[in-house]
Design a protein around this ligand. Sequence first.
Ligand SMILES: [Zn+2]
Length: 384
Amino acid sequence: MGDGIAGIDALLRDRLLIMVNDRSAIEILPHVRAHTGGLVLTGADAPVRCKEIRNARGQTVVAMDHGSHTQTIATAEAPFGLRTRLGWRDLDLTDLNEVLDGQRDNKASFAVTPTCFIPADTTGDALVLRSAIGQANQLLREDTVVLLPCSWRWLRGVPLRQLVEQIRACRHPVALILQADGDPLERAGASDGLRQLCRSCPRLMLWRTDLAAFDAMAHGAMGAAIGASAVLRHGVAPRPDSGGGGHKPYPVVLIRRLLRYVRVTTLLDWFARLDPWICDCAVCNGASLARFTDRDHDVLAALQHTVRELYVLHDGLAATLPGYERVDWWRQKLADSAEHHRRLAAETELEVLYPRVLQYWRRSSPLPLPPAQHHRSHDQRRPS
Ligand SMILES: [Zn+2]
């Protein structure tokens, strides 16, 4: 492989990817920033679509996520696997290499491990996590990101320390997916834990996420992949028969000044007696943000608007220096969003709830965890 470790780090650093099903990829593509963005494709036709896009626009970064974590739970024996036409297949190291080569053969800019779901640890020794990282460290390649699809419970206490230790021990960059029923970062301690993780692990990306991407990158994450549809904005517990899709998408719009996604029905309530907010992005072109219906055309336009707005936010983040300056930028965005919520409530005379996760992000940040070495010697000295 031509790309060294430094090569893949430079490729991912400060990059905001959009995670999207292969069916919507072509319509999203023109709204993705070529130099600071890219796509992560999901869905059965991801490999075909990846090759198409990379043939047409070779400068666009494209990778794929096979979604093994949505189908099967990882074990220490088989942390990696893949659903094939012949059924489920556990992957040994040789198979894993073949799958990663297959992604590169389909012109993926970098390879992503098909890691199965890693639930909360019951053994206390993080056996499954260790096995995934241990096997990945045997891969003789420099073009790969190790995907860790984990329960949100890894973000607290001893499991958090183990997670930090394993991500630091990984010789590849790591992409973390957080799973919970609902928003994982609304769970007690989760948003603080994620900040500690990001501050402690310089080669970490947050995947299949929402605006948490910005909180993570402000706190040191190297990059992120934000889901285009609601189901791609956090991890899900594995369901062997999940075919994807099924329920009809409804339009959800990113309201950048509020730092949140809002359903159009809510926007219609807000703007019933008030001039609706307009948007100047290239998709909306000065039109109302409440105009989207649930017709396919509007659902797509709402998505395109959202991608545009994500990159406007990302431009702001990328213009700051990592560290204090970036944290300050994010804190100001959060303070502004609180003020916009307050004004909106005053103008509409409605109760406009300030989302819990934004409240959490407005709190001060925890310190990074000390180096792993320190923990180990500390643990050994502790009397039993
Ligand atoms: Zn717009």
